[in-house]
Design a protein around this ligand. Structure first.
Ligand code: GLC
Length: 476
């Protein structure tokens, strides 16, 4: 099958969150299965600054955004059998930020329009155009409204990774950029609260819609639709929840170069102790005999970070170690700094991002904290399982689908801990419960083994995506 992904980020070139991981690792799985896969990305200056391999310029054209003409150079490379195309335009992508610029509507309109032009000019002849999140949500609408013979057999898929960002803009501005007729707005297809929503446009026009876990699909249809539930209910029969996988090459305790001691399910316990020791030293913490609770996350409200701070205050006196890596809202960063000052031997913080340190936290922690307020899928809980570290999660979205929570009776399959109402008390209760289990070594080892045995690879999920593609194409 010929599959083209269009997204605002993809590893290994540009990533600000889980979207970048998923776009890349799903594409890599398709390439493994011998499908022809391309990913189209903006050529941000951040990519230009960090790039080590050489990219080849393979063409140029100009793109019409209604009356505006924008020049576009096309760069190309192949990585793990994925064809990457980069759309280069300095005015739109030579910026400090990837997102949050005043003219995001126009910048991603350029990405959307130029992508379609590229597919035609380079004759990619896609069976499937798979777009991700609001930035490229207009593509399914453009495909349908253009009535272009070239795309007559092409089907479009939208995946919703984060419904909190809906791409809302002024009506006239958007219609004008894309030269779309008034009726696409007037009949409500791309309208949300009297503005345009590019995410809603994707929902209404894509041939199939997916989100990144079955639980989140149900949440989107009911309590957490954020205004999109009406549109999603209209499309309910074309809407599927598919749990993400993680990249088993990138996250592999048996070969990981960032950790002190590699391991498999046969020798994990002692190796994890060695990694724990390294981790504690890195943060100048001392209590090797006591549990380490790790956290790798953007420090934002979505991730439930406001629950973490009072929880640590409550439990730090038991001597536990807390290791936190991330950056985000200034207020939250400051509160963590304050905790470190108060409890320098129990709390370690790294504000910023370091891949290497993240891997060490996954490998060297006993438990991994993920109390997200909402979480369409979440990847860190799966990564920690892969390293035999037990996740402690709020039972929401993909966390609910990927963690079997220990409840005193299910030691044969439990691979983590969970709590449900979003409250500090519930979180503290659950972390305290994990602290008790920490001292029951046979049970803890059993749960760690279950985590190590959990299959979070892409194999199953990629097969489900292919089913959705085939269904859209009418192939058996
Ligand atoms: C978004 C979601 C996260 C998901 C990721 C990849 O970042 O918030 O839950 O894991 O996309 O799909």
């Amino acid at each position: 099958m010929k599959i083209v992904f269009v997204a605002s980020e993809a590893n290994p070139f540009i990533k600000t969150g889980g979207l970048g991981d998923v776009v890349y690792s799903l594409a890599a799985e398709f390439a493994n299965l011998d499908h022809e896969v391309a990913i189209i990305l903006p050529f941000y200056n951040r990519i230009k600054e960090n790039i080590t391999s050489s990219l080849e310029q393979v063409g140029r054209f100009s793109v019409d955004l209604s009356w505006r003409k924008a020049e576009c150079k096309i760069f190309y490379t192949q990585y793990r059998r994925i064809n990457y195309f980069f759309l280069d335009n300095d005015r739109y992508f030579n910026r400090r930020n990837i997102y949050g610029e005043q003219d995001d509507g126009e910048r991603f309109a350029f990405l959307s329009l130029a992508s379609l032009k590229l597919m035609k000019d380079f004759n990619l002849a896609p069976d499937i155009v798979h777009v991700h999140d609001w930035q490229v949500g207009m593509i399914p609408c453009l495909l349908k409204e253009s009535h272009d013979d070239y795309f007559s057999k092409t089907k479009s898929i939208l995946t919703i990774h984060n419904p909190a960002f809906q791409g809302t803009f002024e009506r006239d501005y958007i219609l004008d950029l894309y030269s779309l007729p008034d009726y696409v707005y007037d009949d409500g297809a791309i309208r949300l609260n009297d503005r345009v929503s590019t995410l809603k446009a994707g929902i209404m026009y894509a041939d199939r819609i997916t989100t990144v876990s079955p639980t989140h699909k149900n949440e989107l249809l009911t309590t957490e639709g954020r205004g999109l539930e009406g549109a999603l209910r209209l499309r309910e029969y074309d809407f599927v929840g598919i749990l993400n996988g993680i990249d088993y090459n990138e996250f592999s305790p048996s070969t990981d170069k960032a950790i002190s001691s590699n391991y498999t399910i046969d020798d994990y316990y002692n190796a994890k102790q060695v990694n724990k020791e390294t981790l504690l030293k890195r943060f100048n913490l001392r209590n090797l005999g006591l549990p380490v609770y790790g956290l790798v996350s953007r420090l934002t409200w979505q991730k439930g970070i406001d629950l973490v701070i009072p929880m640590i205050r409550n439990l730090v006196h038991r001597g536990c170690n807390f290791v936190i890596l991330g950056s985000g809202e200034y207020e939250l960063e400051q509160q963590f700094e304050q905790l470190r000052r108060e409890f320098p031997y129990n709390v370690g913080i790294y504000i910023g991002y370091s891949d290497e340190l993240a891997h060490l936290i996954y490998a060297g922690s006993d438990f991994f904290l993920m109390p997200s307020l909402f979480e369409p899928c979440g990847l860190s809980q799966m990564i920690s399982q892969r390293y035999g570290t037990l996740p402690i999660v709020r039972k929401t979205g993909g966390l609910n689908d990927s963690v079997i929570c220990y409840d005193n009776h299910n030691e044969d399959k439990a691979n983590g801990f969970g709590f449900s109402p979003n409250s500090v008390e519930e979180f503290i209760r659950t972390v305290s419960f994990s602290f008790e289990i920490y001292w029951n070594l046979p049970l803890r080892k059993k749960l760690m083994k279950n985590a190590l045995n959990t299959d979070n690879s892409w194999v199953k999920s990629a097969a489900e995506y292919l089913k959705v593609y085939k269904d859209a194409l009418g192939i058996k």
